[in-house]
Design a protein around this ligand. Sequence first.
Ligand SMILES: Cc1cc2nc3c(=O)[nH]c(=O)nc-3n(C[C@H](O)[C@H](O)[C@H](O)COP(=O)(O)OP(=O)(O)OC[C@H]3O[C@@H](n4cnc5c(N)ncnc54)[C@H](O)[C@@H]3O)c2cc1C
Ligand code: FES
Length: 256
Amino acid sequence: MPPFQQHSRILANQPLTADVFRLTVHAPEIAAAAAPGQFVMVQVSGSLDPLLRRPFSIHSRGADGSISLLFKVVGRGTALLAKARPGDALDLLGPFGRGFDLSAAEKPICLIGGGMGIAPLLFLAQELPGRKYALLGARNHDELAPLAKAFAELGCAVQLATDDGSLGHHGFIPDLLDEVLPDVSRVCTCGPSPMMRGVASISRQAGKACQVSVETHMACGMGACLGCVMPGADGRQVHVCTDGPVFNAEELAWQL
Ligand SMILES: Cc1cc2nc3c(=O)[nH]c(=O)nc-3n(C[C@H](O)[C@H](O)[C@H](O)COP(=O)(O)OP(=O)(O)OC[C@H]3O[C@@H](n4cnc5c(N)ncnc54)[C@H](O)[C@@H]3O)c2cc1C
Ligand code: FES
C-alpha cells in the first residue's frame, strides 16, 4: 500500500501532563492502511520552517477514520505541535515502515513499553484478539496513569513501573518480565535502548521471540537520505525507516 499525503484536521490535542500530548486527527486513508508499529511523518507547522517532517508512531486508530499520536515535547517541532488546536490543519504522510508481526496474534503476548515507546503498543493492543500483558514504565504517576487506563480498557493485564515509585514497581520494567514470560509466546517492546536490550536479552534466554521497535533520527522516512541507518546483526546497515522500525531482536547488532 503506498503512503498517503493527508491534509488532515485536528480533532483533539489533549495534554496528559505538562509535556505529553495525545493528538487526534481525521486521516481516513492513513487510518485504513495503517498497521501497528507503523509511523507517520508530520509537517509540524503550516510553513516550511522547520523544513523536515517529524516521525511519530501511530498510537491508536478510531472507527471514525481518525488516528492518534502520543508525543512528548523535546524540541522545536514538538513544541509547535503542542500548540495545535482542534480545527487546525495538519499535513501527514504515511503510513511508513514495517510494523509488528501479527501472525499467530491469538496467542498470549507481552507488550513492554517505556516512556513514549508506549505509543505504538496501544495500537498493537487494539489489534490483538488474544490474551495480552502490558508492562509499562514511565517517569512518574502522572505520565503513566492515563496510558495504563487505556491499555486496561483494551483487556490487557497491566503491570506498571515508575522511576520515582509514584505508581507501581519502583524501578525498571524488565524487572517484571520474569513472572510473565512463561505464559506468553512472544514479546513486543518499544522504548529506550537499554530497556529494549534488557528485554531482548531476557527473552532470548527464555527462548521467547522478541520484536523491538527502534527510533533513530529520520529526515525522509522513506529510504532516501540514510539518516536512519544502524548496524544489523549481519554487519550490513539497516534502514530503520523501511526495514523497520520494528525488527526481530536478533536482526540488530545492538542486542548482543
Ligand atoms: C519511527 C519513530 C517513531 C517515533 N514515535 C514517537 C512517538 O510516538 N512519540 C514521541 O514523542 N516521539 C516519537 N519519536 C521521536 C520524535 O520523532 C522526536 O521526538 C521528534 O522528531 C523531535 O522533534 P523536535 O523538533 O521536537 O525535536 P528536535 O529539536 O529535532 O530535537 C530535540 C532533541 O531530541 C533529540 N531527538 C530528536 N529526534 C530524535 C530521535 N528520533 N531519536 C532520538 N533523539 C531524538 C535531538 O537529538 C535533540 O536532542 C519517534 C521517532 C521515530 C524515528
Ligand atoms: S529516514 Fe531517510 S533513509 Fe531512513
